[in-house]
Design a protein around this ligand. Structure first.
Ligand code: F6P
Length: 318
């Protein structure tokens, strides 16, 4: 099977910057993966709070440093915009690409040896004020990817020509394609949601999940199973493999009116990958990729996965 570099050269023969960028990011991901598998005190809190108000842990900071180094070293990135930093880091105004990144997704799972990952969105350099460079709709993404550091280290990647799945060969430190053109099953009987928030959801979401829980005796006339890993990358990885629907809706907690997940560096890249695998991704009613962001760290209600179930949810008018 093709290595990541070979696959990128097939997908993007003319697009040298994208090839340079992903080769550099893959080296950083390999290093993070090795560090995680060796263990250590990665979960201790070492900063105050990141731009999103989450406590910064040692691994969050290490991953941010490594991916920033990779983006800088690739020499193709104009601005690097990370969950871990309030503002974009400007690298080279004349470079063609802009990177938005969640360097360490699922940080509540760091201490407990559960899969975590890195999510990446690549946009064109729009010129002008590079502090605002990531304020582009998800449709403009040139590529999107996420790494999952789990029992295996994997990479889901799209450049807009389908979604491919790679696995890190730890003996040689190279990502090898294991599935070309991943396809998400259109229908599903499995959902993922943090059900501890049920009392805080708005009524349409309570009705939808209520209908699933009623199973065979309810309006859906079949039983549904539930899975919630608590790392977006790991829940998304499962959905690429066997279908399902993921929901992080808005709720009535302060600051959670539009959910928890971030549009620019979480929902947009995952949505691009999902659509390229023939799934769907919305905020309940609107396609995520068409939303025009207003701010770097803005949140969005996020629903994605098997196409038929995602469009069924639209009937509830969330
Ligand atoms: O990025 C935030 C994140 O850790 C996601 O990976 C995950 O899906 C979600 O938050 C979990 O949120 P909660 O702790 O509210 O279930």
């Amino acid at each position: 099977m093709d290595s990541l570099d070979t696959r990128l050269k097939i997908l993007e023969p003319e697009n040298k910057p994208l090839i340079e960028l992903f080769n550099a990011l893959a080296v950083a991901a390999n290093e993070i993966s090795v560090r995680i598998s060796r263990g250590g005190d990665f979960g201790s809190i070492i900063g105050d709070e990141n731009a999103d108000g989450d406590a910064q842990k040692a691994l969050d900071v290490l991953a941010d440093e490594k991916f920033l180094e990779a983006a800088t070293g690739s020499k193709v990135v104009a601005a690097y915009c990370s969950e871990e930093q309030d503002h974009a880091v400007i690298l080279d105004e004349s470079a063609p690409l802009v990177v938005a990144i969640d360097p360490l997704d699922g940080s509540s799972n760091i201490d407990v040896n559960v899969s975590i990952g890195t999510i990446i969105s690549v946009l064109p350099n729009p010129g002008g004020d590079l502090q605002q460079a990531v304020i582009q709709s998800g449709e403009r993404q040139l590529a999107a990817a996420f790494f999952v550091y789990g029992p295996q280290t994997t990479l889901f990647l799209t450049t807009g020509k389908g979604t491919d799945l790679f696995r890190l060969d730890p003996d040689v430190g190279i990502f090898v394609m294991i599935e070309e053109g991943v396809l998400i099953p259109e229908e599903t009987s499995e959902y993922a949601i943090n059900a501890s928030n049920a009392r805080r959801w708005f009524p349409p979401m309570q009705r939808y999940i209520g209908d699933l829980i009623l199973g065979e005796e309810g309006p859906r006339e079949r039983n549904f199973n539930m899975r919630w890993i608590g790392s977006l990358v790991a829940d998304a990885g499962r959905i690429f493999n066997r279908g399902g629907v993921f929901l992080y809706p808005g709720d009535n907690r302060p600051n959670y009116e539009t959910g928890r997940l971030r549009l620019i560096y979480e929902a947009n890249p995952v949505s691009f990958l999902i659509e390229q695998a023939h799934g769907a991704a919305t905020d309940g009613s609107n396609r995520i990729l068409e939303i025009m962001p207003k701010a770097i760290h803005e949140r969005v209600p996020f629903i994605f996965g098997s196409k038929v179930e995602v469009s069924w949810i639209a009937n509830y008018e969330l």
